[in-house]
Write a protein of this length. Sequence first.
Length: 296
Amino acid sequence: IVVFSVGGLITISSRIVISSHVTIAGQTAPGQGITVYGNGISYSSASNTITRYIRFRMGTIGDSGKDAITIANGENMIFDHVSVSWGRDETFSINGDVSNITISDSIIAQGLQTHSCGGLIQTNGGVSIIRSLYIDNNTRNPKVKGVNEFVNNVDGTLNGWILAETTDNYSDVDFQVTKYNYPTVGSLLSPLDALERVIASAGASKLRDHVDLYLINTELGSLGKSGATISDPAVSPINGPGPIYGGTVPLDSDQDGIPDDYERAHDTNPSVNDSANIASNGYASVYLYQALFDSS
């Protein structure tokens, strides 16, 4: 489990490759949370992972022809309240032997020109996209070839090519009468309620950065009256990925990822590195700590 004691901007020159059996708990970061900026993220083979409340922004400093997030194989991944932008090929792309992927309450935005794509979803293993926002991508919002559950999403597309039952949108869409046999939302939102949900909480929304605020308030807030693709996020109106306010670092005397105040309140020892200890309910102490932030 990855927890954070300070928010901020992490600039990378090489792609980050996520391993399997990892939880990235971005919701634990104080301030405006975490933005990872640079050469993109690979979740290929990263089975059994959970990623929450974090921003992945690629930009022109990333390699040409690469995705901001790519998944080529693997299973059982959850992306919740994630903001992904500025892919140089696709922004969030899933292709190949991939199954059981959920993308919920997230923002997939501003794929860079000259490609400017939200992403390809090309797998028969099952991908659920729920209550998320595709915005300021020229196309592929998303482009699906395979099994996809698409529920209560908002599509701020710019050229009219959205997921719809028409051959104009790349190819025929085989809409299903019966729900797929895997877990989904308990109830559907109305279109206006889905829009309000996205406005209120999509992306890394514990405390939004200026990029997501611009996308939500200015672009989406115009209800289609304004919007544009971009080729360089370092210039106006975006002006780069930062600054990101880091917040106040909590005291963690034993450096085990759990602040002293929490440990005292929950009868663990702030002087002993014991975050991996298993509590009476069967969960590790650090897991219980990060679960406190699960208010959305």
